[in-house]
Design a protein around this ligand. Structure first.
Ligand SMILES: [Zn+2]
Length: 248
């Protein structure tokens, strides 16, 4: 499978990146992992507008779901549309939340999205075997493990350190993990990971390669985050950027 980073800015769009969104492809199937603010723009560089086959939203913070509203226009009003509804796997409440963000007067989005409420467990999406579990964040949030032909991509969503994340990332070939906070800062509890904590999660999980994401450019330091992560994880580690592609 192939991972393409569409957006990786933490919490709000950065000067060089949209918010979180990752395109995961295999066997011609295109799965969007999160759909944060601005990422619909980047999507068009790497895939046709109508070619998204399914969407997983880790949680309903704006930096992970907002462009699911803009994408309604694409699927509903395209000159060669409307396009058939696609599945959206998201926390309960997503249908109302995304419909309200789109418009308070135009009703549900059933013609565009078929919503499935996430619960901890595993299920197929196209060619992928997907495992999700609740991670540690102030709202209902899921980490995601995607398996395909013996390869594993794990994605943290937004989370503080937790055992569920280690389980999801167990022996993952690629572990795409948030590292929002600076080590040593006075960080709020139960919200996000630091670079060091991301490294510790990767070490506990035995991950093959650590990809740091969701850094907040305006508040952080990429070099410091990377250095702390590398102290806690012996394997290869890097900070992702928009347009980065990884074949797993
Ligand atoms: Zn969040």
């Amino acid at each position: 499978m192939r991972l393409t980073v569409l957006g990786c800015a933490g919490s709000f769009p950065g000067p060089e990146s949209a918010c979180s969104s990752y395109l995961v492809e295999a066997d011609g199937f295109r799965l969007l992992l999160d759909f944060g603010a601005g990422s619909l723009s980047a999507l068009q560089r790497y895939a046709g507008l109508k070619s998204v086959d399914a969407i997983v939203l880790s949680h309903l913070h704006c930096d992970h779901m907002m462009d699911a509203t803009s994408y309604v226009v694409v699927r509903r009003y395209a000159p060669d549309g409307p396009y058939p509804p696609i599945p959206v796997y998201a926390p309960a409440g997503a249908p109302e939340r995304i419909a309200a963000a789109y418009s308070l007067e135009e009703g549900p989005l059933d013609d565009v999205y078929n919503f499935y409420a996430l619960q901890p467990g595993s299920f197929p999406i196209g060619p992928f075997h997907v495992v999700v579990d609740r991670v540690h964040h102030p709202v209902e949030t899921y980490g995601v493990r995607i398996e395909h032909e013996g390869k594993v991509l794990a994605y943290s969503g937004d989370t503080a350190a937790c055992d569920a994340l280690v389980r999801l990332a167990l022996n993952a070939d690629l572990f795409l993990c948030e590292a929002s906070y600076l080590d040593g800062a006075d960080n709020p509890p139960g919200l996000h990971l630091t670079g060091r904590e991301a490294g510790e999660m990767a070490t506990k999980a035995g991950a093959g390669r650590l990809l740091l994401t969701h850094l907040v450019a305006a508040w952080g330091s990429e070099s410091e985050t990377l250095a702390f992560a590398a102290e806690a994880f012996e394997g290869p580690v890097e900070v992702v950027r928009p347009g980065c592609r990884y074949d797993i």
